[in-house]
Design a protein around this ligand. Structure first.
Ligand code: URA
Length: 239
């Protein structure tokens, strides 16, 4: 977590107004790791420090968000008896957080995966009602055509009755493109492309809403993102 002003920490974690927090600080009633805070301008990382008001420890409940570049070979689950899970890629320093993936990627798929401990956020990312578009780069076996674009825009019904809402296909080359969908049904992109006779050879999620995978994150690595960045997922409809 980034450094935060001590008056802000005290007011949000201790349920005081900002003014009350400043008065507490001025009267020497706030301490950080045993040292009395002298000024409301001081900044601390509430994840790293123990902060007290009148000797009582503040419980600074912060929610965490991470962007991972998921490699193939890992499943997007918190626990699995057979397979490696993406949690095995979480660095030691964050292992005490109870993180889970906000949305799934297949074992063989790569790219943007958000890990968080915010259950409500996770629910909103997954819910089709929130209209969060996920964008996937795909490589397919076959030649993508204008008719395929049409089919994606109409939505699809599979032989087993599963229906997929309208999405979007953008063609990059004869066998590469971007697919945008707002649901996250099981194997959805693969099933839609298989349905039109162009099975997926490679699948990578490149963005969720307005949140794009940072190209600087190597496969299998992750970086912390701010709540504001995490909220970018709710910003985009299919372009
Ligand atoms: N669609 C798929 O088929 N697989 C994924 O991992 C994500 C979307």
């Amino acid at each position: 977590m980034a450094l935060v002003r001590i008056d802000k920490i005290v007011s949000s974690a201790g349920n005081f107004s900002r003014k009350e927090a400043r008065i507490l600080i001025k009267s020497g009633r706030v301490s950080v790791d045993g040292i009395t805070v002298k000024s409301a301008d001081e900044k601390y990382d509430p994840d790293e420090k123990s902060i007290f008001v009148d000797g009582m420890k503040l419980n600074f409940e912060i929610l965490h968000y991470f962007m991972m570049n998921k490699p193939a070979g890992y499943i997007s689950s918190t626990d699995d008896p057979r397979d490696k899970t993406v949690l095995e890629l979480v660095p030691e320093e964050y292992s005490r957080l109870k993180l889970f993936p906000a949305g799934r990627l297949d074992k063989d798929a790569e790219g943007l995966l958000i890990l968080t401990d915010d259950g409500q956020y996770c629910h909103n990312v997954i819910s089709p009602n929130k209209n969060v578009y996920k964008k996937y780069y795909v490589k397919v076996d076959g030649q993508l055509t204008k008719e395929d674009i049409e089919k994606f825009s109409e939505g699809m019904k599979m032989a087993d009755g599963t229906e997929f809402l309208p999405g979007k296909l953008e063609i990059l080359s004869e066998n590469e493109g971007y697919v945008y969908i707002r649901e996250g049904k099981f194997h959805q992109v693969k099933r839609m492309l298989a349905h039109i006779g162009k099975p997926v050879l490679y699948l990578k999620r490149v963005s969720i809403g307005n949140l794009e995978l940072d190209p600087a994150i190597e496969k299998g690595k992750m970086k912390k993102i701010s709540p504001e960045e995490a909220a970018l997922v709710f910003g985009l409809k299919a372009q």
